[in-house]
Design a protein around this ligand. Sequence first.
Ligand SMILES: Cc1cc2nc3c(=O)[nH]c(=O)nc-3n(C[C@H](O)[C@H](O)[C@H](O)COP(=O)(O)OP(=O)(O)OC[C@H]3O[C@@H](n4cnc5c(N)ncnc54)[C@H](O)[C@@H]3O)c2cc1C
Length: 463
Amino acid sequence: MKIIIIGAGPGGYETAVLAAKRGVETVLIEAGPVGGTCLNEGCIPTKSFCKNAEFVDQLQESEIYGVGKLDFKLDFTKVAERKNAVVEQLRSGVESLLKNKLITLVRGRAFFKDEHTVSVIPNEDASMTQDYTADYIIVATGSVSATLPIPGSDLPGILTSKELLDIDHIPDRLCVIGGGVIGLEFASIFRSFGSEVTVIEYCKDILPRFDTDLAKRLKQSLTKRGIEINTQSQVLSIARNDMEYEVSFSRKGKEEKVHADKVLMAVGRRAALGSLNFSDIGVGTSSKGVMVNEFMQTNIPHIYAVGDINGQMMLAHAATFQGIVALDHIMGIPNEIDLNVMPAAVFTAPEAASVGMTEDECKEKGIPVKCLKSFFRANGKAQTMGETDGFCKIVVAAPSKDGEEGQYPEGKILGCHLYGPHASDIIQEACALITCKASIKDFEKIIHTHPTLTEVLQSALHA
Ligand SMILES: Cc1cc2nc3c(=O)[nH]c(=O)nc-3n(C[C@H](O)[C@H](O)[C@H](O)COP(=O)(O)OP(=O)(O)OC[C@H]3O[C@@H](n4cnc5c(N)ncnc54)[C@H](O)[C@@H]3O)c2cc1C
């Protein structure tokens, strides 16, 4: 059996490595650097910035820790150099993983010639085009930043996340259009770096797909840190004079303006359907991305699509696990991975994280639930760390009002939503519990080390 994988991001390269481990010959085609968006312009470089931001925040609190007030100036060149070094280190790690006799890494832009043939143009030189065929083809070509169709959105200097990561200085004033995960992470980072930050979000709350309690409280927390957040605000246009950008938005029928030195457009990402010729070969697509079934298979049975390209869950770990599901299906290996139990984290300060169903989602579906809540201010470890802002909410199945057992057995853990220090790590325990279909009774038996932040989950049980 031979497989072609297009795209070497976390969906593509991890699947190629697993396929090779299982003895399958794989051709992996990549137009840019290996590692994809995640490693080169997404998860990793942003988290390197997050670490610098956290460090700066701690230095600001030096007096609390008894070392007196520190006089320091952030050298942004060093921040950027550190980020680039981390990315390069990890990229060389991926390159060595791919040095496997069963993996042929082909550099160039791929497109479908027909449903069995993928053509690759190396270095954008069409005269060098090479054709490849295989029994199965997995498309993992990711996504690109979306933009708003408003006057001024194409002005030079309106930045996407990729461009903001490559900026060479800290802007005095940063306007972030979009209060989703990516927008808020940058807002939080640049606030710590000293920028005046304004966020403009169209929806009622920030983080539209997260638990509403969590979104509201996190908004308060970020506002307390000096980030101005405007929700229910529609950006109308962007104008520029020599000195600055002027972003106009309407809120409750009133037009308002934000003046900024840099503008980040963080209004989501869209599947990179562009130049692969899907329509010519008949692969079904929608406005979200390539359409797939639960095995990540398209309407053409030997073609699969994993990761951002199918628009289902734009997360690196989702891409990787969808790749495993696709490969198992191709190889006829039974697979029990539940892609619905997908944790997600927001690396703001404080962090937020979520897994499973939200309270609102359960209400919409008519699932009776009760919510168990706890607060980081009552957590010993959080107090010692001086990071007490945050809460935790566990969504648990409850009997219906008439006492009947609902769709889920009483006590089953359906979701967990929290914000606070290390929320992105703590969520993993809830993820394990939900994956194992655990109930509150199972959870009660698990002993948590004291003093740790994970005790915030245990405290919710006793709330
Ligand atoms: C700023 C930012 C921060 C993020 N932070 C997080 C985070 O903290 N956690 C998280 O889980 N997710 C995060 N994400 C999302 C995450 O990066 C993506 O979900 C993930 O990279 C998707 O993986 P993928 O394999 O589907 O696609 P990608 O990683 O985008 O990889 C696709 C690859 O395909 C290649 N390609 C495209 N077209 C072709 C072609 N025609 N021929 C050959 N090669 C092609 C591209 O060059 C690319 O290397 C972040 C994204 C951004 C932008």
